[in-house]
Ligand binder design. Structure first.
Ligand code: SF4
Length: 697
């Protein structure tokens, strides 16, 4: 595919990948497009390897017409848009005629722009009338979001701008590896270190981020609540608490203290594997610092008790008085590009735009009025992502599924189960720029524009709303996601409710979010450009935006943050004789999420061409495994074939597999879809596994 001509040479965009959303523009050079960084307060001219090579996405192989399967066992063949869309609408009609409105499901993604996330939620509820919609943010940010809402009354990934990070005297990063997942964020950690700041990293692996730290707590996967409680226990014992802050700005401390009382240091050492002296050192580094931050990543969050884990770390920040003040706070390191905005505008199973509650009559009425529909016609809350997938093809379940912006066969846990459920559908429709593993399984593939081929807004990890300009035209034969939804809605007789114009959709989103928690009413595209992004909440055009929402009060009704009693539950799947090791999953620098984009960029593929398993050299020797051997990892759900990388940087009882690949190296063939009771996030981060040698090929 030839590089497209630039249609907006002076326009600016942001990276197609992670939540740093580094600022860039495109330049034409020697018949190619190249990325060049542009000044912006967050990325400050920085780009990582993924950002620098992003323009290669324009020339990557992709479908340029819809693809259709005449029968389940027939190959995909090119089709016209008329034919494909008519097929989709017939399939929706047949499913709903047989099983009612809820027989059609919608699955969205956390990389979709705010406008797409908004339109997709509205499409499910107004276009299809189904309760069955959720998105892949359920796999990613759901625990942190639920914990933030419970403790602070507001889910804003970082409740402070990145520029505050260097001012923190101490930072604890629990289960996050920004050196590989958010590489441009490292400049802030580097600046913090240069000012004499201390960095503590809690991670079962000595990652590139842990290698930068003053102190590395190499905990057992799944033991975060014990670690957080243990640090709180030491803070109480050693009088590190900020009693004035606790009294003035929080409620519920006695319950959290009681829960932590049972976690005396030697018990925590046994539960976490972290030596007591390191626990004491960490508690004192945080407690004695004048300013400190605690940042959690997917490590503690993607667990069966991810919400409790995040609340444990929040308890610690509150007890030490390190929240709601300058250069202090608990935050979560958002992963997906629009992981924040993607969860605010209504593509979640239980949510309406503005972070409103789908079960609340007042919220339903407010949004229904904007949409011009009777609130009684809006479906109620539906199942979360994994539960939605379980309904696919089930009796009285979902018969047709539209997937937009997610590669389920790589991203969702327990791939064998997901494949079985998708295969049981009457119709699987996948809208994607590329022929992902999930698209290759579909009955209909709808090729859509991506990234700088369309305009749209994104909300970065700090809650700053950004604008991605349209810089090139999509190839002929490709629609934008908004055009696609509008076309389907038109054929369903609901076209008047939908616009294909991103700016129109944003204007409607502003109105629909007004008065909600995530209030975008005062944010305009002009302001975003002029002010280099605007932080929500921003209720009026004259409002400056809210970079630090908790400085005066928290967003709870009484303005106080809430402590929660946190227990350390048993892991869903502890190791045993049959499966003696712990598996944890994560990311590598050169790939992004399910790899649908980055595995199509040659330079990134060359850097990390295949999945692998990282295993401690001593553990490997005991199993007769040498560097580079192919090994078989087996869990109760499936098996994966992976090349062994022997390291000394991982715990002896743990193996690590990155999750960016499909096929036999797919980490999610192994993972456990057991869910957190509150956030419904699956337990990607720990399960029991066996490693077997494989005979040479
Ligand atoms: Fe920046 Fe993330 Fe893109 Fe790298 S992948 S350039 S850190 S936005």
């Amino acid at each position: 595919i030839a590089a497209p001509p630039l249609c907006n040479p002076t326009g600016g965009t942001h990276c197609p990948y992670c939540a740093m959303q580094c600022a860039m523009r495109l330049v034409a050079k020697d018949g190619r497009l190249e990325v060049t960084p542009r000044d912006f307060p967050t990325s400050q001219g920085g780009l990582c390897r993924k950002g620098w090579t992003a323009a290669d996405l324009f020339t990557a192989d992709r479908p340029l017409t819809p693809l259709l399967r005449d029968r389940r066992d027939a190959p995909l063949r090119p089709a016209t848009w008329e034919e494909a869309l008519d097929h989709v609408v017939r399939g929706i009609g047949a499913a709903q005629a047989a099983g009612g409105a809820d027989a059609v499901g919608v699955f969205g993604g956390g990389a979709l722009t705010n406008e797409k996330a908004y339109a997709l939620g509205k499409f499910a509820r107004v276009g299809l009338g189904t309760c069955n919609i959720d998105y892949n943010g359920r796999f990613c940010m759901a625990s942190a979001a639920a914990a933030g809402n419970r403790a602070f009354g507001l889910d804003r990934g970082l409740p402070f701008p990145l520029q505050d990070i260097p001012e923190a005297e101490a930072i604890l990063i629990a289960g996050g590896n920004p050196a590989e997942t958010l590489p441009v964020l490292l400049q802030y950690l580097e600046a913090q270190r240069q000012r004499g700041g201390q960095l503590i990293v809690a991670d079962p692996r000595r990652t590139a981020t842990a290698a930068m730290a003053t102190l590395h707590l190499q905990l057992t996967p799944g033991s975060d609540a014990a670690l957080a409680n243990g640090l709180l226990h030491i803070a109480v014992r050693d009088r590190l608490l900020d009693e004035d802050f606790i009294a003035a700005r929080t409620t519920g401390f006695p319950t959290a203290r009681r829960a932590a009382a049972a976690w005396w240091p030697d018990r925590v050492e046994r539960a976490t594997g972290v030596p007591e002296r390191q626990l004491v050192q960490a508690a004192h580094l945080l407690g004695e610092a004048a300013t400190a931050m605690i940042l959690t990543g997917r490590g503690p969050e993607q667990q069966r008790h991810g919400v409790a884990n995040a609340l444990g770390y929040i308890n610690l920040a509150l007890a030490l008085g390190k929240a709601g003040r300058q250069a202090c706070g608990w935050g979560t390191l958002t992963g997906q590009g629009n992981g924040q905005g993607g969860r605010e505008h209504g593509q979640k199973a239980d949510q309406l735009p503005g972070y409103r509650n789908l079960a609340d009559p007042a919220h339903r009425a407010a949004v229904a009025a904007i949409w011009g529909v009777d609130p009684a016609t809006l479906p109620g809350p539906g199942p979360s992502a994994c539960e939605l997938l379980d309904r696919c093809g089930a009796p009285d379940g979902i018969r047709a599924l539209l997937v937009q912006g997610c590669n389920l066969l790589v991203a969702a846990p327990n791939t064998n189960r997901v494949r079985e459920r998708l295969a049981a559908l009457d119709m699987l429709v996948v809208a994607d720029p590329f022929l992902s593993e999930t698209a290759a399984l579909a009955d209909v593939v709808l090729p859509v524009a991506h990234w700088a081929e369309e305009a749209g807004t994104i909300t970065n990890l700090e809650g700053r709303v950004l604008l991605r300009d349209r810089l090139v035209a999509p190839p002929p034969g490709v629609l934008t996601d908004l055009e696609l939804l509008q076309e389907i809605a038109e054929r369903l007789g609901r076209g008047k409710f939908f616009s294909a114009d991103a700016r129109d959709v944003f204007e409607e989103l502003r109105r629909a979010s007004a008065g909600g928690i995530a209030d975008y009413a005062g944010i305009t595209w002009e302001r975003i450009v002029a002010e280099q992004g605007v932080f929500w909440p921003c209720p009026t055009p004259g409002h400056p935006g809210t970079p630090r929402p908790f400085q005066e009060r928290f967003a709870t009704p009484d303005g106080r943050a809430r402590f929660h009693a946190v227990e350390q539950p048993l892991s869903a799947e502890p190791p045993d004789q049959e499966y003696p090791l712990l598996l944890t999953t994560g990311r590598v620098l050169a790939q992004y999420n399910s790899g649908t984009q980055t595995r199509r960029v040659q330079a990134l593929l060359a850097a990390d061409p295949e999945a692998f398993v990282e295993i401690h050299g001593e553990t490997a020797r005991g199993l007769g495994i040498a560097e580079g051997n192919m090994v078989r990892l087996v869990t109760r759900r499936g098996a994966a074939a992976l090349r062994a990388r022997l390291v000394r940087t991982i715990r002896l009882d743990t193996v690590f597999v990155p999750f960016h690949w499909g096929g036999l190296g797919n980490a999610n063939l192994l993972t456990n879809a057991v869910l957190d009771p509150v956030s419904r996030i699956p337990e990607f981060k720990t399960c029991a596994v066996r490693v077997e040698c494989m005979p040479p090929a």
